[in-house]
Design a protein around this ligand. Structure first.
Ligand SMILES: Cc1ncc(COP(=O)(O)O)c(C=O)c1O
Length: 367
């Protein structure tokens, strides 16, 4: 693995410097129908890093544009990583995060892969928590959430190709409504025959901006075929299911399995992990193994595969009811969301919103 810098003497507290808040009425109207990723709260978390000083200048401050030198490494070599998690309004009015330790661990993994400095997990969780605490009024009522976007960019002004000696970390908060608005009936995926997202040895298991830039073309092709998203196949044989543009893919079989492609070139999704852990309670055996597109097509046709769904923080669990590919299309089950998919989604969402018991300790209150 590429070497990365861990700051051993880290004591980031992210002290708050509150700005004048958006008036209640204006905020309330923004929260009515926020969409996804367009509205931002009053504050952001920040911290700077240099090879010389380590992490410093941390805080939660008013949201404002970042100033970058035009030669900043991120603008030329895409040395950038990010995360995505949510804050959920609880029945008693308090706010909770969902498994932020998993996002912290993945952020560390991504930092190492992109040769960025490591932000220790405890600092990551503090950074997110302090922002949500200050901007708690921006957490909407269910089913909407406050989407949180931690990120890190290489800011050193230097055009040579090497790991930058300067970086900045930030967290944004953005109230979010449903991801696939109006698509409760299930989504259609385009099985792309040639455009790949990730190759063995590449960055597929890191959450870095470059992966998403490289996936946009396939997403465009999917849209041209009237599909909601793309299903990427492996880069070597173009035969094995990988994942969707922003979600992992899981299949329910008639034999009572919950099958999903193994980790390696895909993102280690927090939602994927969570539904695999919930599977047994729904009479399903979790199985991580390669699934070919032929097995998917034949299984959907024969009934051996009864349901397919996508799992990710933004869209939670999205039933996939149809696939299109160059040769035609096929439907899963009767073309409507399946019962196992809906039951898993209900259980997960109820834990996140504090409507169900949380025996695994996944909810983390923002005190
Ligand atoms: C490519 C990709 N796969 C899977 C996921 C699902 O991961 P998670 O459940 O942690 O949101 C995401 C979203 O972050 C993603 O962007």
């Amino acid at each position: 693995m590429v070497s990365s810098v861990v700051d051993p003497g880290l004591s980031l507290r992210f002290p708050a410097t509150p700005t004048t808040p958006t008036p209640d009425e204006a905020r309330a109207s923004l929260l009515v129908d926020p969409g996804f990723g367009r509205v931002f709260s009053d504050h952001m978390t920040v911290a700077s890093w240099t090879a010389e000083r380590g992490w410093h200048d941390d805080g939660v401050r008013g949201l404002e544009p970042m100033t970058l030198h035009p030669a900043a490494a991120v603008l030329h070599y895409a040395q950038e990583i990010f995360e995505g998690l949510k804050a959920y309004r609880q029945p008693d009015g308090s706010v909770a995060l969902f498994r932020p330790d998993r996002n912290a661990a993945r952020f560390e993994h991504s930092a190492r892969r992109l040769s960025l400095p490591v932000l220790p997990a405890s600092a990551f969780v503090t950074a997110v928590t302090e922002l949500v605490r200050l901007d708690a009024a921006w957490v909407p009522d269910p089913p909407a959430t406050l989407y949180l976007r931690p990120f890190m960019v290489a800011t050193e002004a230097f055009l040579g190709v090497r790991a930058a000696d300067e970086a900045r970390f930030g967290v944004l908060a953005s109230p979010a409504g449903p991801y696939f608005s109006g698509r409760e009936v299930g989504v259609t995926l385009w099985i792309d025959p040639e455009l790949s997202r990730a190759a063995p040895g590449g960055t597929g298991d890191a959450k870095c901006g470059g992966n998403y830039a490289a996936g946009l073309a396939a997403q465009g092709v999917a849209r041209e075929h009237a599909c909601d998203q793309v299903l990427f196949l492996d880069a070597v044989e173009h035969r094995w299911l990988e994942e969707s543009g922003t979600m992992n893919v899981l299949l329910v079989t008639a034999a009572g399995e919950l099958v999903t492609p193994p980790l390696g070139t895909i993102l280690d999704g927090v939602t994927r992990r969570s539904v695999l852990e919930l599977a047994a309670g729904h009479g399903l055996r979790p199985v991580e193994r390669p699934v070919s597109v032929d097995e998917l097509r034949e299984g959907a046709r024969s009934g051996a595969i009864t349901e397919v769904f996508a799992a990710g923080t933004a869209a939670v669990i999205s039933p996939i009811v149809r696939f299109r590919e160059p040769g035609g299309e096929f439907t899963v089950g009767d073309g409507t969301p399946g019962p196992r998919t809906l039951a898993l989604r209900s259980e997960l969402v109820d834990v996140q919103f504090g409507r169900a018991a949380d025996p695994r300790g996944w909810r983390v209150p923002v005190g």
